[in-house]
Design a protein around this ligand. Structure first.
Ligand SMILES: Cc1cc2nc3c(=O)[nH]c(=O)nc-3n(C[C@H](O)[C@H](O)[C@H](O)COP(=O)(O)O)c2cc1C
Length: 383
């Protein structure tokens, strides 16, 4: 078997040779990528590896402060020189204009604090010795403005808006030469994104890991394509194998956008206890909870999500209060690897996270399966 490096090198070499390939479609040509496979990850190593393997990697930067973000985007570019790559931010428009961690802390009810303290005690979690994003920053319009500045000044090729599509932000990053994408879970969100001038829509269904609406991917994609006015649409949510990418292409999507499958990649390097949870989880082991961020979010089930569902648990707070409340606990859980409480956002596609393997192998499998499914289709239906 080829080593990861040689596999990645040969994919990168062939990428620069030519973009002619049975899976290279209009959007691929426009972006300069070989395969209609788009991958989002909270790791620059994973995003770079997806781009180096011929797809488009998108780095999810919502948890980076502005200075760190600027540095990470430089590092990301250096990891995948000469190939297109992107960055994603969460920009909910309903959050406070300016806020400090102290303002937010003062608004958290005492009962909620006691509940989180009870989880520290019940699972013997030692305090964290270092802060995390939520102890330093509050999601606010002021923070978003600084993050967008870092993105606009970067040399990323693509900008994706995960939650919210503010028109001024899209216009700014478009002026900076980036292709813009927006994740949408309903036709009305697609209409807003189109009005804001977005280039590409990502139709993200209920099956997806992360923040999600309540319409399933198979139902959502054709409706977003119908509303897109000819703009390219990508299918997201629950995609773990190539037959689903072929189905997305058959529905008229220009590609598929995947998040969960990369969690099992070597490059992600998640802690062992979390990797074990993901490897052993099936589609039925994910739950939608507001306990993660205050907004409905699909995660792999754990003692953390169970605790917030248990009788007597307080209702999760809204965004940004919930993460300000749980940040101290989750930083400690991550630092000390407290297995029962470890979780990650994950979609029903977690069923395809079955081994730890390099990103290049995942992309290669998806491409092979997609081609096979398209060939199968031709043999069933002589077209
Ligand atoms: C671990 C994880 C983190 C995510 N974080 C973000 C994010 O920060 N921004 C965003 O736009 N989407 C985020 N998503 C959603 C993905 O962009 C994507 O739409 C989703 O993963 C697709 O469904 P799948 O998980 O079944 O592949 C995340 C998904 C996962 C699994």
């Amino acid at each position: 078997m080829a080593s990861t490096d040689s596999l990645t090198d040969s994919l990168t070499d062939s990428l620069t040779d030519s973009l002619t390939d049975s899976l290279t479609n209009d959007l691929c040509r426009r972006l300069g990528i070989r395969y209609p496979i788009f991958g989002l990850a909270h790791s620059i190593e994973v995003a770079a590896a997806i781009s180096n393997a011929g797809g488009l990697g998108v780095y999810a930067a919502a948890r980076d402060g502005p200075n760190e973000l600027a540095r990470k985007l430089r590092d990301l570019r250096a990891l995948c020189p000469g190939v297109p790559v992107g960055v994603d931010l969460l920009l909910p428009t309903s959050l406070p204009g300016v806020s400090t961690p102290e303002d937010i802390a003062a608004a958290i009810p005492e009962g909620h604090r006691r509940f989180v303290d009870s989880l520290f005690a019940r699972f013997n979690v030692p305090e964290a010795t270092r802060g995390n994003f939520f102890s330093q920053y509050v999601r606010s319009q002021a923070l978003f403005e600084e993050q967008v500045t870092a993105v606009a000044q970067s040399d990323m090729d693509v900008f994706a808006a995960g939650v919210g599509t503010p028109a001024d932000t899209l216009a700014r990053v478009r002026r900076a030469g980036k292709t813009t994408m927006a994740l949408v879970g309903a036709v009305k969100h697609a209409q807003k994104a189109i009005a804001a001038g977005v280039d590409v829509l990502v139709a993200q269904g209920y099956d997806a890991g992360g923040h999600t609406g309540n319409v399933g991917t198979f139902t959502l994609v054709p409706q977003i394509i119908a509303a897109a006015g000819g703009r390219p649409v990508l299918a997201a949510g629950g995609v773990g194998e190539g037959s689903q990418i072929a189905a997305a292409l058959a529905m008229g999507a220009q590609g598929a956008w995947l998040g969960t499958v990369w969690l099992g990649s070597t490059e992600h390097g998640l802690p062992a206890a979390l990797t074990d949870r993901l490897l052993s989880a099936g589609s039925e082991d994910t739950v939608i909870t507001r306990a993660h961020s205050g907004k409905p979010c699909r995660v792999v089930r754990s003692a953390f999500s169970d605790a917030w569902e248990a009788p007597g648990a307080p209702a999760p707070l809204g965004m940004p209060y919930q993460q300000a409340l749980t940040g101290r606990l989750l930083a400690a859980v991550e630092e000390h690897e407290v297995a029962p409480l470890m979780y990650e956002a994950a979609g029903q596609s977690v069923a395809w996270v079955r081994e730890v393997e390099p990103v290049a192998h995942i992309v290669e499998r998806l491409v092979r399966e997609t081609r096979q499914s398209l060939e199968n289709l031709r043999s069933y239906l002589p077209l």
